[in-house]
Ligand binder design. Structure first.
Ligand SMILES: NC(=O)c1ccc[n+]([C@@H]2O[C@H](COP(=O)([O-])OP(=O)(O)OC[C@H]3O[C@@H](n4cnc5c(N)ncnc54)[C@H](O)[C@@H]3O)[C@@H](O)[C@H]2O)c1
Ligand SMILES: CC(=O)N[C@@H]1[C@@H](OP(=O)(O)OP(=O)(O)OC[C@H]2O[C@@H](n3ccc(=O)[nH]c3=O)[C@H](O)[C@@H]2O)O[C@H](CO)[C@@H](O)[C@@H]1O
Length: 439
C-alpha cells in the first residue's frame, strides 16, 4: 500500500500556494475568481484598467451585485492575499478575464477581441519562461493558439472557459465541472492545479481549440432552444393557444424540455457567443437563424405594445425591469434597451423602473414616477420584487395609472390577482386571449 507522507503533501500544497497569480479584468468573472483564489491561500494581484472599479473594490463598495460577493471580496482583501491595482506585475500565473463583446460584421456579428489582445500586450513585458497564462474570457476557436504564438516559447497557455450563471456565481464557481484546454498537455495540467484548489466539480482536460468550441456550443445550445420557445410563442399566438400552458404540457414528456419564451435574449454571453461560431463557419445556419430570431423578439414585443395601446393619445409606457434577466443588475444587451428605443422612436413617453439596475442607457426612476399616469405597464425582467406585488400594492399601482393595462412578457405575475384589481392583463404568447372558446 502506498504510504502518504503528510508533511510532504503539506509542503507541496504550500509551494503551490506560494505561486503568485495576476488576474486581469475584475468584472463579473475576474473579481469572484481573484477573490476565491485569494481566499484559498494564493497571493493574488487583481488588475483592472478602470480606476473607479479598482478604488471601489479597495473601499469595499462593489459596483457588481452578486449574492455573497461582497463577503468574499472583503475576506480576500482583509486576508492580505488580494491586492488590486491598475497595472499588471510579475507573477507565476496570469488569468485573463476581460470582455469579449460582439461587433457588426457585414450584416452579422463577430467577436471583438481587442480587450483580450490589449490584456495580452499588457502582461507580455512581465512574462518569464515557465509562466502560465490562462484565458477565461469566451473566445472564438483558435484564439488561444494565436495568443500562445504571441507570448512566445516557454510560456504555458490554457483556455479555461467560465461557465458560472449570474445570480449563482459563487455557488457555481465551486460546484461546476470545468473544461481546461491546453496548447499542450503540460499547460492543461498546470492550469488544473490552480482550479483544483477551489473547484469541487470534475475537471476535464482537452486541447485549447476544443475547449473554446465547447464553451460556445454550451451557450449556443441554450440560445437555439430559447429561439424555439420564442418561435412557439409566436405560432401559439397566431393559432390561438397559450404557449405557456402548451410548453408545460409538452414538458410532461420524459424527453422534452422546452425553455421559456420572453422579450429576447440578453446578457454578455448567450446573446453574443453564438456569433463567434457564425464568424468561423459557413455551415452555422441554424445558429445564425436562432440568433436572429431571438434578436427580433424586442421588435415583436414592441408591436404587441403598439397593438395594446392603439387609440390612446400620447401613450405613456411604464417599463418594469431593464436588466437582461431577473434578480441581476446587468443591463448588457438587455432586450429592454431595444424596446425602449423603439417606443421612443414612436414618440411614446417611456419611464423605466428597475430595483436592481444601476446603469442603463435611459434614465431610471422610482416605481411611483414610472407608473404615474401610465397607460400600460410592460414587465421585461423576472425580478422577485415584481412577482411579490400583493393586492394592496397592485391596487395602489392601478390607482395611479391612466389605463389599467399590464403586459407580462415573462409569465411571472399572478394574473388573477391583477385582474381582480381591475387590470387588463396581456401575456406574451397567449393566443387563447383572442379565442372565444377558452377551456
Ligand atoms: N458575466 C458572465 O456571466 C460570464 C460568464 C462566463 C463567461 N464570461 C466571459 O468572461 C469574460 C468577462 O466577462 P465579464 O462579465 O466579467 O465582463 P466585465 O465587463 O464585467 O469585466 C471585465 C473587466 O475587464 C476590465 N478590462 C478591460 N480591458 C482590460 C485590460 N486590458 N486590462 C485590465 N482590465 C481590463 C474592464 O474594465 C472590466 O472591469 C467575457 O469573455 C465573458 O464572455 C462571462
Ligand atoms: C449554457 C448556459 O446556461 N450558460 C449560462 C449563461 O448565463 P446567462 O445568465 O446569460 O443565461 P440565461 O439565464 O439563460 O439568460 C440568458 C438570456 O436568455 C433569456 N432566457 C433564458 C432562459 C429561457 O428559458 N428563456 C429566456 O428567454 C434570459 O432572460 C436572458 O435574457 O451564459 C453564461 C456566460 O457564458 C454561462 O456562464 C452560464 O452558464
Amino acid at each position: 500500500m502506498e504510504v502518504i507522507n503528510v508533511e510532504d503533501e503539506v509542503s507541496k500544497e504550500k509551494t503551490k500556494k506560494n505561486k503568485k497569480i495576476c488576474v486581469v479584468g475584475l468584472g463579473y468573472i475576474g473579481l469572484p475568481t481573484a477573490s476565491m483564489l485569494a481566499n484559498h491561500g494564493y497571493k493574488v494581484v487583481g488588475v483592472d484598467i478602470d480606476e473607479n472599479k479598482v478604488n471601489a473594490i479597495k473601499n469595499g463598495t462593489l459596483q457588481i451585485e452578486e449574492p455573497g460577493l461582497m463577503t468574499l471580496v472583503k475576506g480576500a482583501i482583509n486576508s492580505g492575499n488580494l491586492i488590486v491595482k491598475t497595472e499588471p506585475e510579475e507573477a507565476d500565473i496570469f488569468i485573463i478575464c476581460v470582455p469579449t463583446p460582439a461587433v457588426e460584421n457585414n450584416g452579422t456579428k463577430k467577436c471583438d477581441l481587442s480587450y483580450v489582445w490589449s490584456a495580452a500586450r499588457s502582461i507580455k513585458p512581465y512574462l518569464k519562461k515557465g509562466n502560465l497564462v490562462i484565458i477565461e474570457s469566451t473566445i472564438p476557436p483558435n484564439t488561444t493558439n494565436k495568443l500562445h504564438e504571441f507570448f512566445g516559447e516557454g510560456i504555458y497557455v490554457a483556455h479555461c472557459p467560465e461557465r458560472v450563471l449570474p445570480g449563482r456565481i459563487l455557488i457555481e464557481l465551486v460546484e461546476n465541472d470545468r473544461i481546461i484546454g491546453g496548447v499542450d498537455k503540460k499547460s492543461a495540467e498546470l492550469a488544473k492545479e490552480i482550479y483544483q484548489s477551489f473547484v469541487d466539480g470534475n475537471i476535464y482536460l482537452t486541447d485549447a481549440t476544443t475547449a473554446e468550441m465547447v464553451k460556445l456550443m454550451e451557450n449556443t445550445f441554450r440560445d437555439v432552444n430559447i429561439a424555439l420557445a420564442n418561435e412557439f410563442a409566436k405560432v401559439c399566438e397566431e393559432i390561438g393557444v397559450n404557449v405557456w400552458e402548451a410548453i408545460e404540457l409538452a414538458n410532461k414528456h420524459p424527453r422534452v424540455n422546452i425553455l421559456k419564451p420572453g422579450p429576447g435574449v440578453g446578457g454578455h454571453c448567450i446573446s453574443i457567443d453564438p456569433w463567434f461560431i457564425v464568424e468561423k463557419s459557413k455551415n452555422a445556419k441554424l445558429i445564425k437563424t436562432a440568433r436572429e430570431l431571438n434578436d427580433k423578439m424586442p421588435e415583436y414585443v414592441c408591436n404587441l405594445i403598439l397593438r395594446e395601446v392603439e387609440g390612446i393619445e400620447n401613450p405613456k409606457i411604464a417599463i418594469l425591469g431593464v436588466t437582461y434577466k431577473g434578480n441581476v443588475d446587468d443591463t448588457r444587451e438587455s432586450p429592454a434597451k431595444k424596446i425602449v428605443a423603439m417606443l421612443i422612436s414612436k414618440n411614446f413617453t417611456v419611464k423605466c423602473y428597475d430595483p436592481h439596475a444601476k446603469v442603463f442607457d435611459y434614465e431610471l426612476c422610482d416605481l411611483r414616477s414610472c407608473i404615474e399616469n401610465a397607460d400600460c405597464i410592460v414587465v421585461l425582467a423576472d425580478h422577485n420584487e415584481f412577482k411579490d406585488f400583493n393586492e394592496e400594492e397592485i391596487k395602489n399601482i392601478g390607482s395611479k395609472m391612466r389605463t389599467k393595462k399590464i403586459i407580462d412578457t415573462k409569465n411571472i405575475l399572478n394574473h388573477e390577482l391583477w385582474e381582480k384589481c381591475g387590470f387588463d392583463v396581456v401575456l406574451l404568447g397567449d393566443g387563447k386571449r383572442f379565442r372565444k372558446s377558452k377551456l
